[in-house]
Design a protein around this ligand. Structure first.
Ligand code: BES
Ligand code: ZN
Ligand code: ZN
Length: 498
């Protein structure tokens, strides 16, 4: 799908399969723009007639399609409702774009134009960008394991008609790259867990580094993880027949700024001996979505070329209840020497992330650390399936992450690193325990656990993506499965830190 902008003169001269118009509503009525009225005269008022007969009121994300039957060179006129502009949320164009691409494919449209519209509540530039981005994101499918895949219709070109000349070439190029990164992350979350084991995750990291410039990947095998004394990662891996890996990716784009990204890479979370019930286990191949985000981001860094240094750390393992599995009550020593009493083997993410944070402290002088993890069910209870939890010890870092999330329309909501809860993690026999006695405030407690391993005085953010990482039903922007949530925010963030 190729996006262009075209400075246009007269709509009835446009030759294309479909002309798309975005229509706002005024209370209960569709607001028909002047240029559409003009076009309608060449169409014998059929647009007007259809709107009247169907009593179409441009409600958000509804549409009507008018066949022109040769009255003008365009085959179809498609009207997409945006709803009341007053009530529109900023992400509407993204969602509308995602719906539009599916509709146009169904109508077997190959080329289309999108008529000029007044951007609500965003600038024209941002609105066009969002529609195009929505069209890209909404076009994703994971069909690798389907024997009979439907015949695919492709949209070749989408042209945004503008009244003033407007060059968005580089914006379109950037979105194309962003969407590749999102799809990369989705693809590896969607792989069945036995096909995306820690070794497979490591292979992905190697092939990313091999095919990119300014990038290296160091994979630590189980023996090397033992040498690093990552007692947490080793402990969680004990119940599985798959070896754990620790991945260290480095991108060097020049400049002085060093950002470390850490992604939870539990390729399947059965809960270990604290076994999850079967329903809760169904989607647990998604427990490496943080790692998938890091890999997705790294897969495009050489194309975006930010002038920064980015480290990507991925502790990756299965969490299984095999014969050698750790038992509730066991104590393990993490890489920085702190001992952890493991009372629930299902709270494994924080244990492996603790080692990754200790590794960062010992080996990397980071200006900022951001970890991304499908960490707690409690975060899903608190914020639902579309919003991730954001914990941060630094106001400036928090602000820039939030700005990137807002501009890419991903939702993050701040939760507190509540000092008053810290004592709930003190253990009778070790330095810290991995769960508290009470089950309330679980997302906060997990974040506080991580905080105990974050290098002193380093700005750090923890993003709990347990809710939005995996869609349990088809949505506008993502089908059932991995969503690639967070990739857009982190990429935007890295580009602004440049
Ligand atoms: N991987 C889960 C968290 C999760 C839940 C991710 C739902 C995606 C969707 C994590 O390892 C876990 O099991 N956490 C426990 C912690 C508890 C035992 C303190 C949880 O949230 O129930
Ligand atoms: Zn778990
Ligand atoms: Zn987990």
């Amino acid at each position: 799908m190729k996006f262009i902008t075209t400075h246009f003169h007269s709509l009835d001269k446009v030759i294309t399969d479909a002309q798309v118009f975005f229509i706002r509503a005024n209370g209960t009525e569709a607001i028909i723009p002047e240029e559409l009225h003009l076009l309608d005269t060449s169409l014998n008022k059929s647009i007007h007639t259809v709107i009247q007969t169907e009593q179409w009121n441009a409600k958000e994300r509804t549409h009507i399609v008018i066949h022109t039957h040769g009255s003008i060179p365009t085959r179809l006129i498609v009207l997409i409702g945006l709803g009341d502009s007053e009530k529109a949320d900023a992400g509407i164009y993204l969602k509308v774009g995602a719906r539009l691409v599916k509709l146009l494919k169904k109508l077997r449209v190959t080329n289309c134009t999108i008529a000029p519209f007044s951007g609500i509540p965003l600038s024209l530039e941002h609105s066009i960008q969002d529609i195009a981005f929505g069209m890209l994101l909404g076009d994703y499918e994971f069909v690798k394991y389907k024997k009979e895949s439907k015949e695919k219709h492709q949209i070749e070109s989408v042209s945004f008609l503008t009244i003033q000349p407007l060059d968005l070439h580089s914006n379109f190029e950037r979105m194309e790259i962003f969407s590749q990164a999102v799809f990369y992350a989705r693809d590896i979350v969607n792989e069945p867990p036995s096909n995306m084991t820690p070794s497979h995750v490591a292979d992905k990291a190697i092939s990313i580094a091999d095919s990119s410039s300014h990038m290296t990947a160091k994979i630590f095998s189980k023996n090397e993880i033992e040498e690093l004394e990552m007692g947490g990662l080793l402990a969680i891996a004990r119940g599985s027949s798959e070896e754990p890996k620790f991945i260290h990716l480095t991108y060097n784009g020049g400049g002085d700024k060093v950002i470390t990204l850490v992604g939870k890479g539990v390729t399947f979370d059965s809960g270990g001996l604290s076994l999850k019930p079967s329903k809760a286990m169904e989607t647990m191949k998604c427990d490496m979505a943080g790692a998938a985000l890091v890999l997705g981001v790294f897969s495009v860094l050489s194309k975006l070329k930010p002038n920064i240094i980015v480290h990507g750390l991925i502790p990756t393992t299965e969490n299984m209840p095999g014969t050698h599995a750790i038992k509730p009550g066991d104590v393990v020593t993490s890489m920085n020497g702190k001992t952890i009493e493991i009372l629930n083997t299902d709270a494994e993410g924080r244990i492996i992330l603790a080692d990754a944070l200790s590794y960062a402290e010992k080996n990397i002088q980071s200006n900022q650390i951001i970890d991304v993890a499908t960490l707690t069910g409690a975060c899903v209870i608190a914020l639902g399936e579309e919003i991730a939890g954001l914990f941060c010890n630094d106001a400036a870092l928090k602000q820039s992450i939030q700005t990137s999330a807002t501009s890419t329309h991903e939702s993050l909501w701040e939760l507190p690193l509540a000092q008053e809860y810290e004592s709930m993690l003190s253990s009778h026999i070790a330095d810290i325990k991995n769960i508290a006695t009470v089950r309330y405030g679980g997302a906060i407690l997990a974040a506080l656990f991580l905080k105990a391993f974050v290098p002193k005085d380093t700005p750090w953010a923890h993003i709990d993506i347990a809710g939005p990482a995996f869609a349990e039903k088809d949505t506008d922007l993502s089908p059932y499965g991995g969503t690639g949530f967070g990739v857009r925010t982190i990429l935007d963030f890295l580009l602004t830190e440049d």
